[in-house]
Write a protein that binds this ligand. Sequence first.
Ligand code: DAH
Length: 381
Amino acid sequence: MSAPNKSYDPVEVEALKPEEIERMRDEALAAFAAADSLDALQEAKVAHTGGTSPLALANREIGALPPQAKAAAGKLVGQARGAVNKGLAARQVELEAERDARVLVEEAVDVTLPYDRVPAGARHPLTTLSERIEDIFVAMGYEVAEGPQVESEWFNFDALNIGPDHPARGEADTFFVQTAPNSGSAAGSGTTESGVVLRTHTSPVQIRSLLDRELPVYVICPGRVYRTDELDATHTPVFNQVELLAVDEGLTMADLKGTLDHMVQSLFGEGMKTRLRPNFFPFTEPSAEMDMLCYVCKGESVGNPDRPCRTCSSEGWIELGGCGMVNPRVLTACGVDPQKYSGFAFGFGIERMLMFRHNVEDMRDMVEGDIRFTRPFGMEI
Ligand code: DAH
């Protein structure tokens, strides 16, 4: 029988020999140093600190030691495990920093590179401006109304109280549309009695709106119109107008004025206003020419030679278009009782507004379709 193992030496337990423990520690540290990625480090971590790692197994051996040997062995293994955990954490930090630095380089975006080699098109500024005007009125509860560009004379003239002798009906201004050959008695004579024209203004949409809709009517009507003008810097045979019509009980000229002021303030900014000058249109009574304050000099160039204004030629005001209270004869033509209802209307050209709003000097630029003209407006939505 052997004597009781009083002087048990942990060194004799192979796994707990100091040099063995040191070897395990150094192997772990070497494996961490050799790990060149976070994934590799994860593997080394499992191998050297996991439940079946040499140091974990050595730690388990301690339990089998006699009590007097446990403390020294525990200290030895504990220190080694501490060093391993520290080494692991340090390598983890290093590898994370390397990864972050690499990601910054690899995923860097050069914001100065052109985003697309095919230049994007741009919406035409006439469209943008006309939509902007529509939006102002839609926000006030108006509806957008449209009508045909090939229009009957009745809508374009008669219903608007433009009699057969009115100069605007003459061939000097109006494109008459000839229908099928031999269908009219005047065929071949150079005139047409088709009764069909290319609309000369957007005002016929007033009539269509009154006939189509329930009262009250609040509509804004943008659209293309035609006149027999030669194309030059200030004329084009095809251009765009915006028409407004409000018919309700109790509308007055004050409502018209307030509406116009609101429109120019929305388009050109605070402090803008309009002024009305007496005029004549067959479809409004009374009628007025509407001007807006020059949005550049705000009227300050008037009588002030030191501060001339190119936009309004130092007049202080810019002519916008025509307006007035809907003529009772127009209401009657549409079956609306002028004793009960009144209305106001206005109409103006968008090309002209675009010209002074953006200093476009030649109207031909707006119709020729050169993208060098439209592209600078492309950012405006
Ligand atoms: N239709 C007119 C034109 O083309 C413009 C106009 C004037 C429209 C007065 C209106 C208005 O609605 O009330 O010259």
